[in-house]
Every structure is written in structure tokens, then in C-alpha cells.
Design a protein around this ligand. Structure first.
Ligand code: NAP
Length: 353
């Protein structure tokens, strides 16, 4: 036990210090902390001298403890705000842009696969309206040229290549085109091109076709685009998946499997490439009126069955998907990463029979 001075006052301080030390020890405080807190004197400086140097000791112990904790919290917050500042300086999820820039894609460059029809067509137009320059592709040259002409008339900045995304050499050629068109920098990649049809008995060829069009193409294009997205300083990938990758749907098993894999690819890349300031997200549409769905939506029975489970009571339109894709690409969405967002009128959450 330490001596804290002589006489009655010394005895008083010794006893008080003793009681408070044991109380603190019971609370599990570290020795150093409660020695500091309860003025244990290892230097044998008389109490009145220590009190005159630091009047804080006149405070009751719980007030001193409160001050100590406040100091710890302050040091902690300084450390975490340094980490935060560093991540922001490196540009990771940086929101440090002016207010009007948060809702604009002026100066952004984008590659949207499968832009001549359906959802891809709507995405090209949506991004163009936000000010982005876009490169797109499809397998049909005549349809591609027709679309490019229409976009030119609307003053949209859109270029295009003929490309089958299921073919590796075509994908490499496409990315070369993108690199030279945009000077080596790509802000946005939308992996939209995909296909699916009901299949009961899936042949090996059909299986391979579905895998290479829906999954391998997205994986490989993401890989090829990585240096360009990184070079842009703030990249955004949006993969177009499907509700069939989240819930089970009869007769489109392999289609569903490719889309479920795309969802997981999204989550993994979101973690892996965040360090390069590339965000990766995914949209999962339900039934959307497009040329792909036209034959099915022409059947009354199919529409009735399909809309029965959709709380909004109707199928969606391509523009209702493209709006979400554009939002995910905007600087305003800079803290959204690794998400799979259903655009299905509420079908995926409907628990009613
Ligand atoms: N519509 C829906 O209800 C729905 C629901 C969930 C998910 N999705 C997904 O949304 C995406 C778009 O579907 P959509 O309904 O808009 O289809 P769509 O109407 O058939 O349009 C597909 C577009 O992609 C192009 N494309 C298809 N295969 C291609 C390939 N191998 N290489 C290059 N381009 C290709 C097509 O042009 P070419 O044929 O000339 O090549 C066309 O421009 C797909 O990934 C699909 O799985 C659609």
C-alpha cells in the first residue's frame, strides 16, 4: 500500500484511495488506468502538491472516469476519421462532388452490351440523357446501324460494334474498340446482353450457349474492362441478372443458374475491386415487356398467371429497369456496392397465395 502523506489528512487519503482502487479493480479497470484515476502516488509527491498542479483531482472519481472515457472516445474517433479520410482521398466511394454533379453523367463513358433492343436500348437512351457517351453492340449489323442513326438524330453520343458476346475473340475486339473510342478510360460497364427461353430437355449445346452468353461474357468483359474502369478513377459495373436467379421458376433452370451465378459474381467483384474505386451492382428484373418476352406476353393465359403474383398487377417496361441502372451509375449512388436489386413490381416479396 502506498503512503500518501502523514497525519489525519494522510490517513484520510490513504483510506479513500484504497476503497476507490478496490472498487475500480472490481469493475475490471486496468491497473494503469485506475492508478491514474485514483491518484496512486508512486513518486511520493504530497497530495496537496498534486492537487495544486491538477485541480481535476478535486472532482469525484466517477467524474474523472467520465473525462477519461471521453478522452478515449475522442482519440478513437480521430483514428477512425483518419481511416475514413484516407479511403476518401483514395477515391473509394468518394461523395466529394458538387451537388449538381451527383445527378449527372456528363463526361462519363459507358459500354452497354445488347443495346439495339429491349432493356439494353432503354439503358443506352437513359445514360445518354444523363450526358454519358456510350458504346454499344449487338450481333445484327443492320439493326445496330439503324439504332445508331436514330440516336444520332437525337444528339445522343453513341457508337457501336458488331459483336457476339458469347464469343471470346469478339469480346476482345469489342474492348479494343472501346479502348480506342474512349481513350483508355471507361466509367460504366453494363452487362445487359443475355438470352433465355423455356427449355425442358437442355442439350449440351444449349447449355454451353446459355452459359457463354449470360455468364462467361459478363465475367470476361468485366475482366477486360477492369484496367479501363480503374483508369477512369470511379468505375461502375451493372450486371443485368433476373428474378429467375433469385427464386425458382419452372423450365428455365439453366437460365436461372446463369443469373444466380451473375448475382454472386457481382457480390465478389464488389469486394475485390472496391480498392480500385470500382463499384459493382446488379439489377434483377421480373417480367419486362421486350422483344425477348413478346411471344410469351402475347399469350393471355401466361399474362394472367404472371401478373397474379405481382402486387403491382402488371408486367414492367424497359424504362423502369433503365432508370435503376442509370441511378446505380450516378455519383449520387457512390455508396451502393455489391447489391442485387429486384425490379419486379414486388413479386419477389409477395407471400400471399
Ligand atoms: N425481358 C425480361 O422480362 C427480362 C427479365 C429478366 C431479365 N432479363 C434480362 O435482361 C437482358 C436483356 O433482355 P431483353 O428482354 O431486353 O432481351 P431482348 O429484347 O432479346 O434484347 C437483347 C439485346 O441483346 C442483344 N444480344 C442478345 N444476344 C447477344 C449476343 N450474344 N451478343 C451481343 N448482343 C446480344 C440483342 O441484339 P441481337 O439479337 O441483334 O444480338 C438485343 O439488342 C438479358 O440479360 C435478359 O436475360 C430480361
Amino acid at each position: 500500500m502506498e503512503r500518501v502523506g502523514g497525519g489525519r489528512w494522510g490517513e484520510f487519503w490513504r483510506r479513500a484511495s484504497c476503497c476507490l482502487q478496490s472498487a475500480a479493480a472490481t469493475l475490471g479497470r486496468s491497473t494503469a488506468a485506475h492508478e491514474a484515476l485514483f491518484m496512486v502516488d508512486r513518486t511520493r509527491v504530497p497530495v496537496h502538491e498534486r492537487l495544486s498542479k491538477n485541480p481535476c483531482w478535486l472532482l469525484p472519481p466517477h467524474h474523472r472516469l467520465h473525462r477519461l472515457n471521453r478522452r478515449r472516445a475522442w482519440v478513437g474517433s480521430r483514428v477512425s476519421s483518419e481511416v475514413q479520410k484516407k479511403a476518401m482521398e483514395n477515391g473509394r466511394g468518394s461523395s466529394c462532388v458538387a451537388n449538381d454533379e451527383r445527378w449527372s453523367l456528363a463526361g462519363a463513358t459507358a459500354l452497354v452490351t445488347g443495346g439495339t433492343k429491349g432493356i439494353g436500348h432503354a439503358i443506352v437512351e437513359e445514360l445518354a440523357r444523363f450526358g454519358a457517351a456510350i458504346h454499344t453492340c449487338s450481333r445484327n449489323e443492320a439493326e445496330l446501324n439503324k439504332s445508331l442513326k436514330e440516336w444520332g438524330a437525337k444528339n445522343f453520343k453513341v457508337t457501336g460494334s458488331v459483336c457476339d458476346v458469347a464469343c471470346r475473340a469478339d469480346r476482345e475486339k469489342l474492348m479494343e474498340d472501346v479502348k480506342s473510342t474512349f481513350g483508355g478510360k471507361l466509367s460504366i460497364l453494363v452487362n445487359n446482353a443475355g438470352t433465355g427461353k423455356p427449355m425442358v430437355a437442355v442439350t449440351p449445346d444449349e447449355y454451353g450457349f446459355m452459359m457463354s452468353t449470360n455468364l462467361e461474357s459478363a465475367f470476361h468483359l468485366n475482366q477486360l474492362a477492369h484496367p479501363l474502369l480503374k483508369a477512369s478513377g470511379a468505375g461502375s459495373i451493372v450486371n443485368v441478372s433476373s428474378l429467375a436467379g433469385i427464386v425458382g421458376i419452372d423450365n428455365i433452370t439453366i437460365y436461372g443458374a446463369t443469373k444466380a451465378a451473375l448475382n454472386q459474381l457481382t457480390r465478389s467483384l464488389a469486394c475485390e475491386w472496391a480498392k480500385d474505386n470500382i463499384r459493382t451492382n446488379c439489377v434483377a428484373p421480373g417480367s419486362i415487356r421486350t422483344p425477348l418476352m413478346e411471344p410469351l406476353l402475347a399469350m393471355e393465359e401466361f399474362v394472367a398467371k404472371e401478373t397474379y403474383r405481382i402486387p403491382l398487377g402488371r408486367v414492367g417496361e424497359s424504362e423502369e429497369v433503365s432508370a435503376v441502372v442509370a441511378f446505380l451509375c450516378l455519383p449520387a449512388a457512390c455508396y451502393i456496392n455489391g447489391q442485387v436489386i429486384c425490379i419486379d413490381g414486388g413479386k419477389s416479396v409477395n407471400g400471399n397465395l
